[in-house]
Design a binder for this molecule. Structure first.
Ligand SMILES: Nc1ncnc2c1ncn2[C@@H]1O[C@H](COP(=O)(O)OP(=O)(O)OP(=O)(O)O)[C@@H](O)[C@H]1O
Ligand SMILES: [Mg+2]
Length: 251
């Protein structure tokens, strides 16, 4: 199973939008895909399912012995399964402090279902705490969404430093699959400058596909659909499809 963590401790950079639509694209390509929602805000879960009906969530999986298989829900998309989050997940970090396996909880649980899926895509919260560290320890690959804005690279150093620490001990196999530029506006010179600055930091690890700003991408979660069924002809659908192609080529 290929496990892709989508992480950036900066808020609102397109982590969830990328997780939700990349997972859908993989599923549509026939890959059995598990979308793991590790954000207490539960935005990726809400993008596909009604979370009011969810009794057990990733919180139970990470805090007690609940198996992933017990909480996974099928989504409206064929081949796409959701491991939902709930607000309770916000309590997790304080609960895990002092537990010897605190950083390995997700990895241990995912290992047990590795035979059931081709891909797991993990959406993480905008923080570099224990939840995101669990994602990076469990992941085989990391995608960093970077918003095309003046402050795009703020905090990137801290993120890359954390990645290096995780590589040096708990997860030497973690690969930076790439940085994807999101919320891009081709018309502005600022965006082009930012694109250059991002390329200086990430070099050939920047995905060729850039995700442009599109109202359709913003609207689709409210309809509980991926961009591919909500607006199949939109730029967002086209770009996330191409990003998925690049992901499959690179893994
Ligand atoms: N390409 C895009 N075009 C237009 N709107 C977008 C695009 N990508 C994301 N958005 C919108 O921007 C907002 C932030 O995106 P998203 O929720 O994916 O970011 P995030 O990094 O997951 O945020 P958080 O850090 O809070 O979890 C959302 O309202 C989303 O719908
Ligand atoms: Mg999010």
């Amino acid at each position: 199973m290929i496990v892709i963590a989508i992480a950036n401790q900066k808020g609102g950079v397109g982590k969830t939008t990328t997780a939700v639509n990349l997972a859908a694209a993989l599923a549509m390509r026939g890959k059995r895909t598990l979308l793991v929602d590790l954000d207490p805000q539960a935005n990726s879960s809400i993008s596909y399912i009604d979370v009011r009906g969810v009794e057990r969530s990733m919180f139970d999986v990470l805090s007690n012995g609940t198996g992933l298989g017990e909480i996974v829900i099928s989504s409206p998309v064929k081949n796409l399964f959701i491991a939902p989050s709930r607000i309770a997940l916000a309590k997790l970090e304080s609960q895990l402090v002092g537990e010897i396996d605190a950083h390995f909880r997700l990895k241990d649980r995912l290992d047990k279902v590795a035979g059931d899926y081709d891909f797991a895509v993990i959406d993480t919260p905008p923080a570099l705490g224990l939840i995101t560290v669990n994602a990076l320890v469990a992941a085989t690959h990391l995608i960093i969404p970077v918003q095309s804005s003046y402050f795009a690279l703020e905090g990137t150093d801290d993120l890359l430093e954390t990645v290096e620490k995780i590589r040096s001990r708990p997860n030497p196999n973690l690969k930076l699959l790439g940085a994807v530029i999101t919320l891009h506006d081709k018309r502005t010179t600022l965006s082009r400058d930012v694109q250059k600055a991002i390329a200086q930091v990430f070099g050939d690890r920047v995905f060729k596909t850039t995700i442009t700003r599109s109202i359709r991408l913003e609207e689709s979660p409210a309809h509980k659909e991926s961009i591919f069924t909500f607006a199949p002809q939109s730029s967002g659908a086209n770009e996330y499809y191409r990003l998925c192609e690049e992901v499959i080529e690179r893994v």
